[in-house]
Design a protein around this ligand. Structure first.
Ligand SMILES: Nc1nc2c(ncn2[C@@H]2O[C@H](COP(=O)(O)OP(=O)(O)O)[C@@H](O)[C@H]2O)c(=O)[nH]1
Ligand SMILES: [Mg+2]
Length: 312
């Protein structure tokens, strides 16, 4: 019943809270345990701070939020709902400036390059986006730029079949930049609205990975100087703190314009998104809370904040 598209808001809230259950029970659950039958004091504020740090919100953020909970409440009994509401409110305030939808601009085709380490969820994201854009009646083309493995190319082709998007692919081992060039040229010639370019994330070292990405960007600019119009970095939430170094690595060198965090359903540390937003100040476009095509949603600060704080 929850899968019915006619009840998207409620269905999505259930998906979101379901997907973020591990984080919310670690965070909201711990907060509720802390405050039960006690009056608020300095020790409790410190414990709240520890809970927030354990949920990966970042040390600075944790201190700020814990202080906000303490403000004006010392020596009073505080309810679990109250503390969750303050935490959610503070998290929302931090995230709000970065919760930005991915805007498909006037460029035709609007070219989106998807980057990230191996296994972060790039190809799955592309499938989900292809499905979303097709539903919006846009003509979508996909480029199988992860040319390293035949399986990666097939995976994209399956999404193409499923969503009706044409897939531009070459044989495994082909040059990814050449493929991106061909794909953008074809997308232009065929009047596609959106082109999404997949990339490999498993290159041997950082320099090689970045060289390859630079090359892809360079050749796309030969077809359209403004391309790629968006560069999405896909982060796997389950890697925790490591996501921070991935943003650093790709953010500086690949011209990342926005973030997508996947697999929030697989971790108790969804708070990492708060730490990332605060540190890198990059737009967050989407979050993934499952493998299914409907498990991707535009990132909403309020919903996310309430869900991780364990507000039902
Ligand atoms: N639980 C969960 N799994 C996901 C999510 N996104 C992707 N995956 C899974 O993660 C694995 C790697 O995804 P894939 O798109 O192939 O990653 P890529 O190597 O970056 O292209 C696959 O098994 C996906 O089904 C998500 O939001 N939640
Ligand atoms: Mg892939």
């Amino acid at each position: 019943m929850n899968d019915s598209t006619s009840e998207v808001p409620r269905g999505w809230w259930q998906r979101l809270t379901g997907g973020l259950k591990r984080t919310s029970s670690a965070l909201g659950g711990a907060l509720a345990d802390l405050v039960s039958k006690r009056k608020l004091d300095a020790a409790m504020v410190e414990e709240i701070e520890e809970v927030l740090i354990r949920a990966d919100l970042g040390v600075e953020t944790a201190a700020g939020i814990a202080a906000a909970v303490g403000e004006g409440r010392y020596d009073k009994a505080i309810s679990a709902d109250e503390v969750k509401a303050v935490v959610a409110g503070e998290v929302e305030k931090i995230l709000l400036p970065f919760a930005k939808p991915l805007e498909i601009g006037a460029a035709k085709p609007f070219a989106i390059l998807v980057v990230g380490v191996n296994g972060s969820g790039k190809t799955t994201l592309i499938g989900k986006l292809a499905s979303k854009f097709s539903a919006e009646r846009r003509k979508v083309m996909l480029a199988a730029g992860d040319t390293f493995r035949a399986a990666a190319i097939d995976q994209l082709k399956i999404w193409g079949t499923r969503t009706g998007a044409k897939v531009v692919a070459r044989e495994p081992g082909a040059d990814a930049a050449g493929l991106a060039f061909d794909a953008l040229t074809a997308a232009k010639a065929e009047g596609a609205d959106v082109l999404i370019v997949d990339t490999a994330g498993r290159l041997q070292n950082r320099a090689e990975l970045m060289d390859e990405l630079h090359k892809i960007v360079r050749v796309m600019k030969k077809v359209d100087p403004e391309a790629p119009h968006a560069v999405l970095l896909v982060l796997d939430a389950t890697v925790g703190q490591n996501a921070l170094s991935q943003v650093e690595m790709f953010g500086k060198t690949a011209g990342v314009t926005g973030l997508v965090m996947t697999k929030l359903d697989g971790t108790a540390r969804g708070g990492i998104l708060v730490a990332i937003a605060r540190k890198f100040k990059l737009p967050i476009h989407f979050i993934g809370v499952g493998e299914g095509v409907d498990d991707l949603a535009p990132f909403e600060a309020k919903d996310f904040a309430r869900a991780i704080a364990g507000i039902e």
